[in-house]
Design a protein around this ligand. Structure first.
Ligand code: FHN
Length: 428
């Protein structure tokens, strides 16, 4: 081999093995997007007060009081199998747990912070038990990890509500602790994805995010990472850090090009709150449908109570969603969004030669949708195979639904067409 070829070979070897060049293989994303529906879990000692995790520190709950709650945190009714079963019963395919939220408390026995579950009365590895239960029940496991940490003295901002509490900090040491904790979580629990959060404060830079992303890739290049490790951008470009977009408390726009996941609460607060307002079944189903119809995933949040149980009313709501998914799940899982952009009257998902029209509102049992140029509808029916009348012209397609409709949460009409629906351009 000539010296020149030898140098090229060495360069290629360096680039291929060095962490700075590595990104999550794009081939990993379709598997994630096909899951469509996951459970988000916000949990920690703050459930003893019923106020918001992180944000109520030095607000509704005095900082010293908040930071001592772990000494009485003892969720003795925590049962990882029960949480995972609740997710499975809802038709969810993955689960993401707040291993460490902005208050810095760690739900796993980390060697890098004394502020962790083993120094509470509970003394059990909540992250580890959930990882094991997910594996046992076939649910994909993910970990939420905060970028900012208002409890760690190396992080300069100690509380967003009171800048007088701030300290000099040491970002080099802070990032080393983050790397050490992430290595524990990755090597011990093998998460499918890491859900970062808390990128927005001044001490954290996009370069810091890139550094941590590269470090994660050097340990396991296949782990999915959301777009909240760097300074988040509304699109994925060469400046953004991470693999998918994360609209929060709203349904993302129809986007056929970039993977995205909306995170939305089943109630109003992320962590458990007594008598919090819970979404109706219709709202839950239509949120999931509109997310899938936008070509996105829904990470739907529950907040377990201080004793470790998920409220029974939330369990029942999740079961109702699961019953709906038992009938209609094939119009959600493994589908693509579109070709129609979701609106308040209807939304659409598609797979193969079928377009699933999810009807939320109809005018006397008729639904009018824009025509699809060069597409011929060969058959139209409800999910229970009741025929649906179709009249189409150059501008519109009019569907006449049968008098009795099966599901006012979402009346699903299947349109079979003369081509692969994924080739149909988006119709705004
Ligand atoms: O501050 C957090 C909040 O507590 C919650 O974890 C959400 C979930 O995505 N993210 C942040 C708010 O944007």
């Amino acid at each position: 081999m000539s010296f020149k070829r030898y140098c090229i070979a060495c360069l290629l070897l360096i680039v291929s093995t060095s962490s700075f060049a590595q990104k999550t293989p794009k081939a990993n994303l379709p598997d994630f997007m096909d899951k469509r529906f996951g459970m988000f879990v916000h949990f920690g000692p703050i459930t003893l007060r019923g106020t918001e995790i992180g944000w109520s520190r030095n607000k509704e709950v005095a900082q010293a009081d908040y930071d001592s709650l772990y000494r009485e945190f003892n969720p003795v009714l925590f049962n990882a199998d029960a949480w995972v079963k609740a997710a499975k019963d809802a038709g969810m395919k993955y689960l993401v747990i707040t291993a460490k939220h902005h208050d810095g408390f760690c739900l796993w026995p980390t060697a890098f912070s004394a502020y962790n579950i083993m120094n509470s009365p509970f003394k059990r590895d909540i992250v580890g038990e959930l990882a094991k239960a997910c594996k046992k029940q076939g649910i994909t496991f993910g970990i939420y990890f905060t970028v900012l940490d208002w409890h760690d003295k190396d992080y300069p901002i100690q509380n967003p509500n009171d800048s007088t509490q701030n300290v000099k900090g040491n970002m080099t040491a802070f990032k080393q602790t983050m790397k050490d904790e992430l290595k524990e979580l990755i090597t011990r629990y093998t998460p499918y994805l890491l859900w970062f959060d808390g990128y927005w404060e001044k001490p954290w830079t996009n370069e810091d995010g890139r550094e941590i992303y590269d470090y994660i890739k050097s340990i396991n290049p296949n782990i999915l990472v959301n777009n909240r490790l760097g300074k988040v951008s509304e699109v994925l470009n060469d400046q953004s850090v991470g693999d998918y977009l994360t609209p929060e408390q709203r349904i993302g726009q129809l986007n056929m090009n970039e993977p995205w996941e909306s995170c939305i609460t089943i109630c109003e607060q992320w962590a458990w709150k007594p008598n919090d307002k819970m979404k109706s079944l219709k709202e839950c189903i239509q949120t999931l449908v509109k997310t899938a119809a936008g070509n996105g995933n829904l990470l739907f949040n529950v907040g377990p109570m201080m004793d470790g149980r998920i409220e029974n009313r939330q369990i029942l709501r999740l079961k109702e969603i699961g019953n709906w998914m038992k009938t209609y799940g094939s119009s959600i899982y493994n589908t693509k969004g579109g070709p129609y952009a979701p609106n308040e009257s209807f939304a659409s998902t598609r797979k193969g030669n079928k377009i699933f029209i999810h009807v939320f509102k109809h005018n006397g049992n008729t639904v009018t949708i824009p025509a699809m140029p060069n597409v011929t509808i060969t058959k139209a029916y409800l999910f229970n195979n009741t025929s649906v009348q179709v009249r189409q012209n150059v501008t519109d397609i009019q569907l006449t639904l049968p008098p009795s409709l099966p599901d006012e949460n979402d009346n699903l009409v299947v349109l079979e067409v003369n081509q692969n629906t994924e080739n149909i351009p988006v119709i705004k």
